[in-house]
Design a protein around this ligand. Structure first.
Ligand SMILES: Cc1ncc(COP(=O)(O)O)c(C=O)c1O
Length: 389
């Protein structure tokens, strides 16, 4: 079955007549058993993972969403979590323990960095940050106790690409697991498990849900053992996603590839236009031929999403505020992946251990939505003109 057909057919209600197309919202804490024996054995063996046993471990809506995401990722099974960040923290904390060492790219999503450096540290797990440009040389950074090599491509805010297959192979040869935060590409543009990654993490909050109205996460694993380990961790921590949010995320998934196709085409058009403006220093977007990560992106990814960075020659924050505040179509906000265009600004440098950002004192981040790209360009053109006002 082709990907677009999977997006439309998987995780649907098994009804052909006199019933809804979508799995209805099953709101529940209590899940009833029809006899005592069933109740007593509800968590035995596979029952815990196969059956709906308690609201906090997911009702039919989480199961339907997980089934669809696992198939689209080409994975074994999916754990649905309460947010993208808890997908990261559940996955990572499930596979490491005191005395282990973790390698994390310097360009990682900020809260993931904090979780590893602060929380894991308290539990006796050591984190080293590595240059996201590391390929096979990641091997030299691995220690006897390196249990996990974490990846995220492109990097948060600074958009460095990573050679994920090479890193995964080097990690595997030394007995370490590989996890990837694949939120930017989504499984439409890159499927980590097909490139040697063991654990694929997705902030479904972004493109997958796609409408800026919920937070949810997904962890898809290559093996059953990893699925159980991470599902057990999420249950132990009480991490859960609401049935309503699972329902909405699955609804978002239906249109994921068409939204991405349009948003990506518009993003490329806007990014190319921005690149041609003299006030623009650099557009950080692996889909652009000028991007340092373009060759890797082209080799491994089937497409790009619509989030990119924008470095301006202007350094005066008041001028940048004039540009941003006057935008009509781009709203100011920090999440992304919805149907609407957004702009955010980050003061640089952000915390880095290995490759500090030195290019500009601040960096804009642009998310392109489903609006007409010509209207977006006109809005940005007026904005850039305000830099000199
Ligand atoms: C790359 C990446 N991973 C994970 C997350 C966390 O997702 P959530 O906001 O659902 O916790 C984000 C959120 O911005 C993100 O950008």
């Amino acid at each position: 079955m082709k990907l677009d057909t999977k997006l439309v057919t998987l995780g649907r209600a098994p009804v052909r007549a006199q019933g809804p197309v979508n799995v209805p919202v099953h709101r529940a804490s209590t899940i009833l058993s029809d006899h005592l024996d069933g109740y007593l054995h509800r968590f035995d063996g596979d029952n815990r993972y196969a059956n709906v046993t308690y609201g906090a471990t997911g009702t039919q809506n989480a199961r339907a969403l997980a089934e669809a995401v696992a198939a689209i990722e080409g994975g074994h099974r999916t754990v649905v979590t309460g947010s993208g960040l808890s997908a990261v923290t559940m996955a990572v904390s499930a596979v490491v323990g005191a005395g282990d060492h973790v390698l994390v790219p310097d360009s990682v999503y900020g809260p993931t960095r904090r979780f590893c450096a602060v929380v894991l540290d308290r539990f006796g797990v050591e984190t080293s940050f590595y240059d996201p440009a590391a390929g096979a040389d990641i091997a030299a950074l691995m220690r006897e106790n390196t249990r996990l090599v974490y990846t995220e491509a492109p990097g948060s805010l600074t958009f460095e690409m990573q050679d994920v297959p090479t890193i995964a192979q080097a990690a595997r040869e030394r007995g370490a697991l590989v996890a990837m935060d694949n939120t930017w590409a989504t499984p439409i543009c890159f499927r980590p498990l097909e490139h040697g990654v063991d654990i694929s993490i997705q902030a479904g909050t972004k493109y997958l849900a796609g409408h800026s109205d919920l937070v949810i996460g997904m962890v898809t694993t290559a093996t059953d053992a990893l699925f159980r380990t991470i599902a057990d961790q999420a249950h132990a921590f009480g991490d859960t996603a609401s049935p309503d949010d699972c329902f909405l995320a699955l609804r978002g998934l239906r249109s994921l590839s068409v939204r991405l196709e349009r948003q990506s085409a518009s993003a490329l058009k806007v990014a190319r236009w921005l690149e041609s403006r003299p006030v623009v220093k650099r557009v950080l977007y692996p889909a652009l031929a000028s991007d340092p990560g373009h060759a890797l992106w082209k080799r491994d990814f089937a497409g790009a999403s619509s989030l990119f960075g924008l470095a301006l020659h202007a350094t005066d924050e008041a001028a940048i505020a004039r540009m941003v505040d006057g935008l009509e179509l781009f709203r100011i906000g920090s999440s992304w992946g919805g149907y609407e265009s957004l702009v955010a600004y980050n003061r640089m440098p952000i915390p880095r251990d290995v490759v500090p950002w030195t290019e500009t004192p601040g960096l804009l981040r642009i998310h392109i939505g489903l609006e007409d790209p010509d209207d977006l360009i006109a809005d940005l053109e007026a904005g850039l003109a305000r830099l000199d006002a």
